[in-house]
Write a protein that binds this ligand. Sequence first.
Ligand code: FAD
Length: 456
Amino acid sequence: MALRYWRWWPWSAWSRTRPPPSESTQSFRQQFSTQEQTPQICVVGSGPAGFYTAQHLLKHHSRAHVDIYEKQLVPFGLVRFGVAPDHPEVKNVINTFTRTAQSDRCAFHGNVVVGRDVTVQELRDAYHAVVLSYGAEDNQALEIPGEELPGVFSARAFVGWYNGLPENRALAPDLSCDTAVVVGQGNVALDVARILLTPPEHLEELREMIQLPGTRPILDPADFLGLQDRIKEVPRPRKRLMELLLRAATEEPEVAEVARRASASRAWGLRFFRSPQQVLPSPDGRRVAGIRLAVTRLEGVGEATRAVPTGDVEDLPCGLVLSSIGYKSRPIDPSVPFDPKLGVIPNVEGRVVDVPGLYCSGWVKRGPTGVITTTMTDSFVTGQILLQDLKAGLLPSGPRPGYAAVKALLGSRGVWPVSFSDWEKLDAEEVSQGQGAGKPREKLLDPQEMLRLLGR
Ligand code: FAD
């Protein structure tokens, strides 16, 4: 694993204050007055952000009804299609999401691509409020020559493939090569490297990698020179990781560990101060044969520190390149503002800027960083802000048709949503197929087969 000098940056909370209501907000407020009724709210996306937003709304408003629209036939977003298969404990949040979905004031409508099957404006017409929680389904590109060669994949697609995401099921990466290069050093990069190194029958991040059976770490002590002094300034979780790395790279292992490493058939390493420059083709130009890395060094101090090229390059032969330099959200619909530079919907605490009644939560709100608990906290904030606006009379007060209107639109367009009880049938089928193979489940990969199982 040769890696670019790149870090998994923590979510830095943007402290933004609420601006004075714009003209459109004021006229919206004048148009509708507050009345006691069932607020019809819909959420787009059934990942952690969608479910945690729904959970907050249902818990803190005794009449609110929440519809969750999801493009896949199955719920749970990256909990199903991102979290690594050897981290089953993380997937326990599904139990909480299931309880939310089973509320009689909540409905799941899968197989509906918002922005294609129904527009955001149509949802806004049907509901008192719409929350966009559709995650980050794209990835940053390396933008270097050779990126298009067979054998180069985004970590996003590779993760989708090993997690059974229907759109990536045909990826077929050739895993017969000796060396894979993962560009990036974030959590996703470590997931990908660990999965590549782990025999299928063993299918635990960095700490786990160092002890991974049958593998030895290759860490260059020179990369860690001077680190000891700088570790003290680093926040605690990162400090612990750095100490772990430092020990693995510089300390003499115990006898048993030396023997373990000597018998290892696979190896992994972290390469610092390298930036990808070009994917190198095989002689016939038909697939990846290596990657050229520019050697870098640090310049500047504090926040202004930058990695700059020294002019030297290093070529690493490999048969597989996985770029893991970040996920990216896409715009959903021309009616929704989108910041292409930050890759987020411009918002203040989850209120979409200049669009009353439209909210956002999760990765599309704050960018593709942070774990499920971070997403939970931020989704609760969006839910709380929405309920504050409802109470303050900032949302439409007349009745809204909710799903009845959307169902009619979808029907007229030949779109047939699936319900949560449909998912429960698919879930039972996956568990049943898995039992035969001695696994917790065998994921269904083909949407047509899933629809057939549901009698559609
Ligand atoms: P998502 O989970 O992506 O959910 C978005 C949902 O919206 C998806 O279901 C998608 O299908 C749906 N959608 C998209 N477009 C549309 C549309 N047009 N119409 C309708 N629906 C749409 N966190 C941890 O705590 N532990 C881990 O071990 C961990 N592992 C991870 C591994 C990987 C590879 C990745 C990428 C992330 C991992 N995370 C982990 C982070 C965690 O997954 C995220 O914090 C969380 O999933 C973000 O939630 P979200 O709802 O914003 O996005």
